[in-house]
Design a protein around this ligand. Structure first.
Ligand SMILES: [Zn+2]
Length: 247
């Protein structure tokens, strides 16, 4: 249905654009807020959407390049000032190659009631012991404001944070992993909220969560899922094929 460039850098950009459209299609865009970025392993440069564009407007021609060791967003009006958080995360955690920040309803609601994600959904096992509730409130991300320093400290080996009264941050070794992580986190949060409103919740035993995580965290499983969600987004909007065209 779609083909990616054989060049690693170009296919990364194409997958970054697909990630925006996938998350838009899954209901995780919020006008010009929310940010997705990705880089090649061991590179100092990452890519992100132009500002102020929505997820559904992301296209190759609008991609911006940022060197996380040398940036000054005050002079870069076409990049969101919130992207400084991404710079600081990439600087501190070299194993993170992709970051998704969105404001989905159910995961945000968990933060509002001061609950972390529980292991209520087998599909969310990759977050077993790898997700934290960040219950401080520092305002919006803007050139170093918004709790950047505190967020950097809490990430450690977590795969995601629920930001109270705000949204989520999901980290991945690849753009595919961060994107799928955002989808499964929101789905599990939805199950948790619905279950909590109906009665006591029963969580997955530790051994089952570990076993499910071992299977679901495999690179090929994550890539299959990403590819499926990309096909699903393209079936809804064939213009995405033009938006990922790269020369
Ligand atoms: Zn936000």
């Amino acid at each position: 249905m779609y083909t990616l460039s054989s060049d690693l850098n170009k296919s990364l950009k194409q997958n970054l654009i697909l990630s925006h459209h996938i998350l838009y299609n899954e209901g995780q865009s919020s006008d010009v807020a929310g940010h997705i970025s990705s880089k090649i392993s061991n590179s100092e440069v990452f890519y992100t959407n132009g500002f102020p564009l929505g997820f559904d407007e992301a296209e190759i021609a609008q991609i911006k390049e940022v060197n996380f060791n040398n940036y000054n967003f005050k002079n870069m009006e076409d990049i969101s000032p919130a992207i400084d958080l991404h710079c600081e995360i990439y600087k501190k955690y070299p194993n993170i190659n992709a970051i998704v920040h969105t404001h989905p309803y159910y995961a945000t609601s968990l933060g509002v009631i001061e609950k972390n994600l529980e292991m209520v959904d087998q599909q969310a096992s990759p977050f077993f012991n790898k997700i934290k509730l960040f219950n401080e409130n520092f305002g919006v991300f803007d050139n170093g404001q918004g709790g950047v320093k505190e967020i950097i400290e809490i990430i450690k080996n977590n795969k995601a944070l629920i930001l109270q009264n705000h949204g989520i941050l999901v980290f991945g070794e690849s753009i595919q992993e961060a994107t799928i992580g955002a989808i499964i986190l929101e789905k599990a949060a939805k199950i948790q909220i619905i279950s909590m409103s109906s009665g006591n919740i029963k969580t997955i035993p530790k051994d089952s969560a570990v076993q499910a995580n071992n299977f679901l965290s495999q690179k090929n499983i994550i890539d299959y899922k990403f590819d499926y969600f990309a096909r699903r987004a393209i079936r809804k909007n064939a213009k995405i094929l033009d938006m990922i065209k790269i020369s």
